[in-house]
Design a protein around this ligand. Structure first.
Ligand code: SF4
Length: 582
C-alpha cells in the first residue's frame, strides 16, 4: 500500500495536527529499549517465580498472530488473547507502530542489525513470503490446527530468551559462584556465600539457538530481514495499515537525494521518494533523521478527513488472495483428513486441555516450562506426533511435578493449561507409573531399595511380598497414582529408570471438576498425611537418594559400589521362614 505525494493543499480536507507528530528517532530507540527490558524482566520474574505487578506473559498476549491464530484454531476467545486482538484492531489507526516501537523481537533484530547489517536491495517480491506464511497459519487455524508456533514472534522470542539465553546465563553464574566464594568470604558478603542458582536445561535449546543464529545472520542480507520478509504477525498488521493516523509526509523541500530510501530499514519508501508503503512502514522515523533538508515529517492526519486515500498495491491484493487460496487449500487438506492431530503419548502438565484442544491452543512459547520450578516441563520433539512438536511435556528424568504447585497453569496465556485451585490440582491425573520388573533393584536383584515408595506423595506404591524374593517388591496402585513422576525422578536405576510414568488413564478436561471426573472413574487421589513423601534427605545433584550413584552402563543397574547407608543397603536374604523386609 502506498500514498502518493500530497498535492500541497491546506484547509479542513487535510486536517493535520502539527503538535501531535511522532517524536525523533531517539525516542523510538528509548521506547524499544524499555520494551525489551520489560520483556526480559517479566521472563526473569517467571523464571524465579517472583510476584509481578504486570502479567508475566504480557508480551505473548500482545502478539496479534497468537491472538488471531488461537481464536481461529481453538474457536474461543480466552481473556489472554484480548490484548493481541486490540493491537490488531488499532492497526488501521496506528499502522505498524507496534512493530517499530513495542515489539521486543524488532528490538532484538535491531541489536543484531547494529552489528551485522548490510544495506542491500533485495527483490521487493520477497516481501510476499510473510503474507504466504500468514495465509498458511490462518488457513491451518481454520482447520483447528495451530501453526502459530512456527512463526509468531513472541513465542519464538520467549523460547530464545527464556529457554536458551536464561539457562545459559544461569549456568555461567552457577559455575562462577564457587570462584567468587573466597572473595565473598573475605568480604563477609553473606548473600553471595549462601546464594544458590538453579540452572535448568531444556530440550530443543540447540535447535532454537541455530534458528535464531540464522535469523540474525540474515541481517547480512538486509536490515530487519525478519520483519521485512518473514514475520506473519507484521503481515497481519500490514494488511490493516492502509491509512494510519501518523503517516510519512514529504514536503516540497525534498531534493530527491534518495538518502531516505537507502536508510529505511523496511524498504517502505517506493522509487518515488515521496511515496510510502504504509503497510511496510514501522514509523521508526529513520528517514526523517537522515533527510538533509528536513522535508520529512510524521504529523497526525485524520484518516476520515484525509482526501489522500492509499490504494492497495497489486502486492497487497495478491497477498489477500494468497491468504484466501491457502485457507481454501487447507480446508481441502483438512477434508481429506491429513491435518487431523495425532494422539499423544506425552504426559502433559496438570490442567492441560484434551489433546486436540491442547494442540490447537498451545503456541509452544515455553512460558510454562520457564515457570516450572523443578524443570520437569520440557519441550518435546515428536512424541505426540508432528503437530505436537515443541509442545510441553513432563519429563520426570529432569524433575517431578509437585502436587502443591501450579505455576504452569498460571503462566499459560491461551488456556492450553488452565489454572487449577489447589484442591483441584491434587486430583489432576497426569498418567500412571509402571514398574519395569526387568530392571527394578527389588524385583531383579532382590535388593532393598524402595525409593519409589518413600517419595510417592500419593502413597500409590504398595510393597508386597513376592515368592522367592527376600525383599518386598513395589507395585503401583493405579487408582492412587497421579503420574506426578517423583518415583521416576528419584529411581536410582540408570540409564533408563526402573519405574516410568506414561500417559495411561490420564484425565484431561476443557472445563469442569477434575475431582468429580476422577472420583467418577473410581480414583482415590489423596496425599499421604504423614508428610514423609518428597525429596529424600541428602539427594545429590543427580536427584539420587543418599548411597546411590548414577550408573552409566545398563549392564547392572542399581546402587553404586560405595557402602550404602542403613535405609538403602542391599539386604542379605532372610533366614528361612523369615518375613521379607520392607
Ligand atoms: S502450554 Fe505452555 S508452551 Fe503451550 S501456550 Fe501454554 S504456556 Fe505456552
Amino acid at each position: 500500500m502506498q500514498t502518493r505525494r500530497a498535492p500541497g493543499r491546506s484547509g479542513p480536507a487535510r486536517l493535520r495536527n502539527k503538535r501531535l507528530r511522532l517524536p525523533r528517532p531517539r525516542a523510538q530507540r528509548l521506547v524499544q529499549a524499555l520494551s525489551l527490558t520489560l520483556f526480559l524482566g517479566l521472563l526473569a520474574a517467571a523464571f524465579a517465580n517472583l510476584a509481578s505487578p504486570v502479567a508475566e506473559n504480557l508480551f505473548l498476549r500482545l502478539d496479534p498472530l497468537v491472538a488471531l491464530g488461537t481464536a481461529l484454531s481453538a474457536r474461543d476467545f480466552p481473556a489472554g488473547i484480548v490484548p493481541g486482538l486490540l493491537v490488531l484492531a488499532l492497526a488501521p489507526l496506528l499502522g505498524r507502530l507496534f512493530c517499530g516501537w513495542v515489539c521486543p523481537m524488532g528490538a532484538t533484530v535491531d541489536c543484531a542489525d547494529a552489528l551485522l547489517a548490510r544495506r542491500r536491495r533485495l527483490p521487493g517480491s520477497l516481501r510476499q513470503v510473510k503474507y504466504w506464511l500468514l495465509a498458511l497459519v490462518l488457513g491451518s487455524a481454520l482447520l483447528g490446527v495451530s501453526l502459530v508456533f512456527l512463526a509468531a514472534p513472541m513465542p519464538l522470542l520467549t523460547r530464545l530468551w527464556g529457554l536458551v539465553a536464561y539457562p545459559l546465563a544461569a549456568l555461567s553464574m552457577e559455575k562462577a559462584l564457587p570462584l567468587m566464594r573466597p572473595v565473598a568470604d573475605a568480604l563477609d558478603i553473606r548473600t553471595l556465600l549462601f546464594l544458590e542458582i538453579r540452572a535448568p536445561l531444556f530440550a530443543t535449546m540447540g535447535f532454537v539457538a541455530v534458528f535464531f543464529g540464522l535469523v540474525f545472520a540474515a541481517s547480512r542480507l538486509s536490515p530487519r530481514f525478519w520483519c521485512r520478509y518473514v514475520c506473519p504477525a507484521g503481515a497481519s498488521l500490514a494488511l490493516l495499515s492502509r491509512r494510519p493516523v501518523w503517516r510519512r509526509r514529504v514536503s516540497e523541500k525534498c531534493i530527491e537525494c534518495g538518502k531516505c530510501q537507502r536508510a529505511c530499514p523496511m524498504q517502505a519508501i517506493a522509487d518515488d521518494p515521496h511515496a510510502t508503503r504504509h503497510g511496510e512502514c514501522i514509523l521508526c522515523r529513520v528517514c526523517a533523521g537522515v533527510c538533509p533538508t528536513g522535508a520529512i515529517d510524521f504529523p497526525v492526519s485524520l484518516p476520515v478527513l484525509d482526501s489522500q486515500i492509499a490504494q492497495p498495491t497489486m502486492a497487497g491484493r495478491r497477498a489477500v488472495l494468497a491468504a484466501g487460496a491457502t485457507g481454501a487449500a487447507g480446508l481441502v487438506v483438512g477434508g481429506l483428513g491429513l491435518a487431523a492431530p495425532l494422539q499423544a503419548a506425552t504426559v502433559r502438565p496438570p490442567g492441560s486441555a484434551p489433546e486436540d484442544e491442547f494442540l490447537s491452543r498451545c503456541m509452544r512459547c515455553g512460558q510454562c516450562a520457564l515457570a516450572c520450578p523443578t524443570n520437569i516441563i520440557q519441550p518435546v520433539w515428536f512424541s505426540s506426533g508432528v503437530l505436537g512438536v515443541f509442545s510441553p511435556g513432563l519429563t520426570p528424568v529432569r524433575g517431578f511435578c509437585d502436587p502443591h504447585c501450579h505455576q504452569c497453569g498460571k503462566a499459560c496465556p491461551t488456556l492450553a493449561i488452565r489454572p487449577l485451585p489447589l484442591q483441584e490440582r491434587v486430583w489432576a491425573k497426569l498418567g500412571t507409573a509402571e514398574v519395569n520388573r526387568e530392571t527394578c533393584l527389588a524385583w531383579k536383584d532382590k535388593k532393598k531399595c524402595l525409593v519409589c515408595d518413600e517419595v510417592c506423595p500419593y502413597g500409590a506404591v504398595e510393597l508386597k511380598p513376592e515368592p522367592g524374593n527376600p525383599v518386598y517388591v513395589p507395585h503401583v496402585d493405579e487408582k492412587r497414582c497421579a503420574g506426578c513422576g517423583y518415583c521416576e525422578h528419584f529411581c536410582p536405576v540408570r540409564p533408563a529408570r526402573a519405574i516410568r510414568v506414561g500417559s495411561k488413564n490420564q484425565i484431561r478436561l476443557s472445563s469442569g471438576s477434575l475431582q468429580s471426573a476422577a472420583q467418577a472413574t473410581g480414583l482415590s487421589l489423596s496425599l499421604k498425611q504423614d508428610k514423609t513423601w518428597g525429596i529424600p534427605a541428602g539427594s545429590d545433584e543427580h536427584g539420587l537418594p543418599p548411597g546411590f550413584s548414577p550408573l552409566e552402563e545398563s549392564g547392572t543397574p542399581g546402587a553404586g559400589s560405595e557402602p550404602l547407608p542403613p535405609g538403602f543397603s542391599p539386604l542379605e536374604p532372610e533366614p528361612a521362614g523369615g518375613k521379607p523386609s520392607s
